[in-house]
Design a protein around this ligand. Structure first.
Ligand SMILES: Cc1ncc(COP(=O)(O)O)c(C=O)c1O
Length: 402
């Protein structure tokens, strides 16, 4: 008698849910006239196609014997050397860098090193479901800490840690996105960064810093990363591990990122890489190395900034011009997202159904909180993907619905 093969699936596979964000992207993709602020997608206009095409051809022709072969699990030496040119912090060396298949892969390996099923990760609320899903795959449970305009609230973090430690819960690390956070667009100021590290020191838990947008700053001063602060000012080099990505600079399809952290953390991450990815794509790594070595990197970043800054400004302008009183939004200094807060009476999950009929899409805020949190009056808007005219029209449609 035929029995479905799914009966043999693991409990974890059987309990997996589809990503709501991916579902919205599927629903809105290719729909004529749809203006979507839903995805977290870079603009295809930002991809350096000509330079990459030339470099891929060059790398395969010149280094084919090497890059079409199996590569090192820790990543390509040439790319690590190139990264050391852009990450100019003293005492950083190759042993402290792991090249990953996008930053999600680094987040996954880091989590693999720390989490046994049921262990706890403290994250910002709202938080980025993509990274949390990678952690969930390792069996992590999450405790969210509320934010103000400067990120995770230190007092709340302390209370949360104290309560969890009092109950002898296994808290393994604190996960933060300090710059142009996804979804809120908020940036942690310097004082807050120091406070968060000091609290982590007090409770002796590590921090995982996720920094995929750091280079995309449109105004304001650059602030040292938590990773830099811990290594320099706070003399605690093992406290913070940082994940970075080429996704928002060269293109997410390349699937390339890197993690920098203390050798005692990077080493077991490499061992996970040996088992799971074997190595990142070798040709792509060499292309990225040449992209940096040829001096294209800084030029590429300024091209993206010049593309996205007017889009962010257009969205803020359109929100100001169209939204009814009582609705507020964040003013991101960089990145790709604006977070909008409505009157408590507006349920953005329901608003989305009407918005899709009017051909405009966003992600309801509820998708960025753990299950059970009942906040329903917020939403995330992406401003990097649509052009300025579509941004004006899309916000006008959304405001009309509200
Ligand atoms: C905060 C955050 N972390 C990680 C990622 C994943 O980036 P990657 O493409 O490098 O895996 C994203 C992508 O949107 C993100 O917003």
């Amino acid at each position: 008698m035929y029995q479905p093969i799914t009966r043999l699936f693991s409990k974890q596979t059987l309990s997996m849910k589809h990503s709501f964000i991916r579902e919205i992207l599927k629903m809105t993709k290719g729909v004529a006239g749809m203006i979507s602020f839903a995805g977290g997608l870079p603009s295809p206009d930002s991809f350096p196609k000509k330079q990459l095409a030339r470099l891929f051809s060059e790398v395969v022709m010149e280094d084919g014997e090497d890059v079409l072969q199996y590569g090192a699990s820790e990543g390509d030496k040439a790319l690590k050397q190139a990264i050391l040119k852009i990450e100019t912090i003293s005492a950083l060396d190759e042993e402290q860098i792991l090249i990953t298949v996008g930053s999600t892969n680094g987040i996954y390996f880091f989590t693999r090193c720390f989490i046994d099923p049921g262990d706890i990760v403290i994250s910002e609320a709202p938080g980025f479901p993509g990274s949390l899903a990678a952690m969930e795959a390792c069996g992590a449970r999450f405790v969210g800490v509320e934010m103000d305009e400067y990120g995770m609230l230190p007092e709340r973090l302390k209370q949360t840690l104290k309560a969890l430690f009092d109950k002898k819960q296994r808290v393994k690390f604190i996960y933060v996105i300090p710059e142009f956070q996804n979804p809120s667009g908020k940036t942690m100021n310097l004082k807050r960064r120091r406070e968060i590290i000091e609290i982590a020191q007090q409770y002796d838990v590590p921090i995982l810093e996720d920094q995929p947008y750091r280079e995309l700053r449109y105004d304001g001063e650059k602030i040292p990363t938590l990773w830099e602060l811990a290594r320099t000012e706070l003399k605690d080099p093992g406290r913070v591990t940082i994940c970075k990505s080429f996704s928002k600079i060269l293109g997410p399809g390349l699937r390339l990122g890197y993690t920098m952290g203390p050798p005692e953390v990077i080493m077991p991450m490499v061992m996970w890489a040996q088992k799971i990815t074997v190595s990142p794509d070798c040709a792509t790594q060499r292309v990225a190395a040449r992209f940096i070595d040829r001096g294209y990197f800084a030029e590429q970043i300024s091209t993206i900034i010049n593309l996205y800054r007017p889009r962010r400004d257009a969205m803020i302008e359109a929100l100001k011009a169209n939204m009814p009183a009582g609705i507020t939004w964040t003013m991101p200094e960089g990145g790709m997202f604006i977070w909008v807060t409505m009157d408590d009476k507006i349920n953005t999950d329901r608003l989305l159904e009407r918005a899709i009929e009017s051909k405009v899409a966003f992600i309801p805020g509820s998708k960025f909180y753990s299950e059970g949190v009942s906040k329903r009056n917020e939403l995330r808007l992406n401003f990097s993907y649509c052009d300025v005219d579509s941004i004006h029209e899309g916000i006008r449609r959304l405001a009309q619905l509200i």
